[in-house]
Design a protein around this ligand. Structure first.
Ligand code: NDP
Length: 336
């Protein structure tokens, strides 16, 4: 049984030294337990927060403990009445080949799910985050302009496509020409602007001739800077993530712009609301059938980047924080 533990806490961007691959004995399930074998491991930006012991909404991973993470796993031995050997489950086994569970928090996906890995993405936590943040906080209306960054990732791509379904003008922001082309040609956005472009601010302004009514915040930093002057009166900003600053050790250099932000919030009556998807647990039943229908009918498209081998997880994770992933990042840990 291989597992990847947190060897040390990163200072700034994580490095190989922060992770350690270990071999351990295969655990054996007791009465009421199942032994799970990981097939797919989800890699998500929030894991950078778990590597740090700064106060947050969730406990940090302890040193020498397995890195946390959502998994799609198979039951290899069952001493639990609700699970049979061979069942697929959505679990939270973390970065390892095998894990024990007493069934708490497991979702049984049955013996033969169609796209098991989708439950880590568009049909799971990231898709649900996109859905609730946009619809509950963003309140998009037909004809309004919606801007979303990290626009080809599992959250951003889903936000933009729901925006189109709701009749918005959707402007994505993504890193590089390939991602931007995909945003327009495959995801159906009205425009998708490359944040690496020298004239990014001007291009964003040109793509939003009527201003911005909903800014779905995934990244912060220079994208937020470019968005701020374009916001319309009564604009909504669901604050979902700030990935550009997850590796930061201190506040950015330069003038303090808090006053500017608060001034805009006042004169434009902005609604800026952070949220964590746990807050919406009781509404999963509203999301899941709707999103399943959109995916099945092709109204919402979904792209995965699948990396082979547990040992590749640290590199793939570090790359994601710099935008090297193109689509939902998933590690194939073991065979079906
Ligand atoms: P993604 O797969 O979209 O990966 C993150 C992306 O962020 C990168 O691919 C990159 O895309 C972009 N990025 C990284 N650094 C920068 C930067 N400096 N400036 C602009 N863009 C940058 O991740 P997810 O879809 O899983 O997550 C998107 C956001 O949603 C994250 O902030 C995450 O923390 C948040 N989230 C929040 C939840 C909540 O409960 N509040 C739950 C789930 C996710 P590109 O190359 O296009 O720039």
């Amino acid at each position: 049984n291989r597992r990847i533990v947190l060897a040390s806490r990163p200072e700034g961007a994580p490095t190989d030294e922060n992770f350690r691959l270990e071999e351990t004995e295969l655990p054996q399930p007791g009465e009421g337990e199942v032994l799970l074998r990981t097939v797919y491991l989800s890699l998500d930006p929030y894991m950078r927060g778990r590597m740090s012991d700064a106060p947050s909404y969730a406990e940090p991973v302890q040193l020498d403990e397995v890195m946390v993470g959502g998994t799609v796993s198979r039951v290899v031995k069952s001493c639990h009445a609700d699970f049979a050997e061979g069942d697929w489950v959505l679990a939270y086994s973390g970065w390892q080949d095998y894990a024990l569970s007493d069934g708490t928090g497991l979702t049984n996906l049955g013996a033969n799910p169609e796209h098991p890995s989708y439950t880590l993405g568009v049909l799971g936590m990231p898709g649900f985050t996109a859905y609730m943040g946009l619809l509950d906080i963003g309140q998009p209306k037909a004809g309004e302009t919606l801007v979303v960054a990290a626009a080809t990732g599992p959250v951003g791509a889903t936000v933009g496509q729901i925006g189109k379904i709701k009749g918005c003008r959707v402007v994505g922001v993504a890193g590089g020409p390939d991602k931007c082309r995909y945003g327009v040609e495959e995801l159906g956005f009205d425009a998708c602007i490359d944040h690496y472009a020298d004239d990014f601010d001007e291009q964003l302004a040109a793509a939003c001739p009527d201003g911005i009514d909903v800014y779905y915040e995934n990244v912060g930093g220079k994208v937020l800077d470019a968005v701020l002057p374009l916001l319309n009166t009564f604009a909504r900003i669901p604050v979902c993530g700030l990935v550009s600053q997850y590796n930061a050790e201190s506040l950015p250099e330069g003038p303090d712009r808090m006053g500017l932000l608060m001034g805009q919030a006042l004169v434009k009556r902005l609604k800026i609301q952070g949220f964590i998807i746990f807050d919406y647990q009781d509404r999963f039943g509203e999301f899941f059938p709707q999103m399943s229908e959109w995916v099945a009918s092709g109204k919402v498209k979904y792209r995965e980047e699948i990396v082979d081998g547990l040992e590749q997880a640290p590199q793939a994770f570090m790359g994601m924080l710099e935008g090297k992933n193109f689509g939902k990042l998933v590690v194939r840990v073991g065979d079906d």
